[in-house]
Design a protein around this ligand. Structure first.
Ligand SMILES: [Zn+2]
Ligand SMILES: [Zn+2]
Length: 118
């Protein structure tokens, strides 16, 4: 599994730009629960403990086969801004172990729900 490729994607300028427009379109609200989220570089400063982190989710999950396909990775129609809670729920829905991880806003891999290693 090439986590490196995906990490690189999440750090790319193109992704940073599209991610920003997703949040601006949604007025920094979670698309599902409509609570305000904190997005680095856009939100007004909040102390760490008060942040509800926002994560831009790919409706078609990213994997090694599509990470270089801009129509999936950078298409705003495939993207949805979610708070951390809704994002975890979304990924926990799928039983496949493959999807039990995601990348945070800094491009670091995070596992979801303790189903094992990412
Ligand atoms: Zn939410
Ligand atoms: Zn996701």
């Amino acid at each position: 599994m090439s986590y490196g490729i995906r990490r690189k994607f999440y750090l790319s300028k193109a992704w940073q730009d599209v991610r920003k427009s997703v949040w601006l379109n949604q007025n920094l609200l979670c698309n599902r629960c409509h609570r305000p989220v904190y997005v680095d570089g856009i939100s007004d400063y909040l102390p760490k403990g008060k942040r509800r982190t926002g994560i831009v989710h790919h409706k078609v999950y990213l994997d090694d086969t599509n990470v270089n396909d801009k129509e999936i990775t950078l298409d705003i129609n495939n993207l949805e801004g979610l708070c951390k809670d809704c994002h975890e729920l979304e990924h926990n829905k799928g039983q496949s172990t493959r999807n039990n991880y995601y990348f945070d806003e800094d491009g670091n891999i995070q596992s979801i729900g303790g189903y094992g290693q990412p």
